[in-house]
Design a protein around this ligand. Structure first.
Ligand code: NAD
Ligand code: ZN
Length: 239
């Protein structure tokens, strides 16, 4: 921990409006590999084969099988001290918004309520034909699953490479950057548009704090960096 810790803690606990942006690093301590780490998911799979609309339309079964593997590994994951601290912080802050790039649902599982899931949710599907959204209660055993309403294929309700984010989500996220304090946790700062949020918040006058195991592409933009594991740092920051 460094000299910035106590002043950051004071700012976070006293902020009336607080926005937190999380990335894959917040779930690392729950056993979910991050995006770009050496044993991260994309080191083992070619994203072009599993995480694009073209790949899905060409071979829906293959893409679904990959997502089912991810569901099986996510299923065992539990919220860690970082998710739990953020849920406590929401209760203690008058206006709190959590923006996440994660699709693992662990923030909601920890009790966070005002959550913007920029990249969707692995535990939800949507129909390629009629766009109806369907929560996943049980991992599908026949893939691709079919839409009960129109009979067309269902796909995972996550954002793939080359796809637009839901404009309702980006509008809500951008509005939440008008906060006194913005905390960015476990994000490499290399995936857009979230990568631009720290700078945008800073330009609008927020005090921006990053929490990460080491320096990132955002370190030069933020007001303070707290280096350490998200679970350790957040558990100490939030009573
Ligand atoms: P990223 O993988 O690019 O970066 C992860 C960051 O977390 C890195 O900067 C790393 O240093 C940091 N980190 C690793 N362990 C940490 C820990 N214990 N505490 C604090 N920081 C830690 O992730 P990103 O910036 O979120 O990139 C976003 C993409 O990754 C999104 O598309 C997202 O959907 C996807 N993704 C999500 C999950 C998930 O849902 N849990 C998992 C993998 C990838
Ligand atoms: Zn349908």
């Amino acid at each position: 921990m460094n000299h910035a810790f106590d002043p950051c803690r004071k700012r976070i606990l006293e902020a009336k409006t607080l926005t937190v942006l999380t990335g894959a690093g917040v779930s690392a301590e729950s056993g979910i590999p991050t995006f770009r780490d050496r044993n991260g998911v994309w080191a083992q799979y070619d994203p072009a084969k599993v995480a694009t609309r073209e790949a899905f339309l060409k071979n829906p079964k293959y893409v679904w099988e990959w997502y089912i593997l991810r569901m099986r590994s996510f299923q065992k994951a539990q919220p860690n001290p970082a998710h739990l601290a953020l849920a406590r912080l929401e209760k203690a802050t008058p206006k709190f918004t959590l923006i996440t790039q994660n699709i693992d649902n662990l923030h909601r599982a920890a009790g966070s309520q005002n959550v913007i899931e920029l990249h969707g949710n692995l535990w939800r599907m949507k129909c390629v034909g009629c766009h109806k959204k369907v929560p996943i209660e049980k991992i599908p055993d026949r893939v691709p699953p079919e839409c009960a309403a129109c009979g067309y294929m269902l796909r995972p309700d996550v954002v793939w490479f080359g796809e637009m984010l839901d404009p309702k989500n980006t509008a809500a996220a951008e509005a939440a950057l008008d906060a006194e304090v913005v905390v960015v946790v476990g994000t490499s700062g290399e995936v857009w548009p979230a990568a631009g949020y720290a700078q945008e918040a800073s330009q609008r006058g927020a005090y921006v704090i990053e929490i990460n195991v080491g320096p990132t592409a955002l370190s030069g933009v933020v007001d303070a960096s707290l280096f350490g594991k998200a679970g350790n740092v957040l558990a100490k920051l939030v009573p």
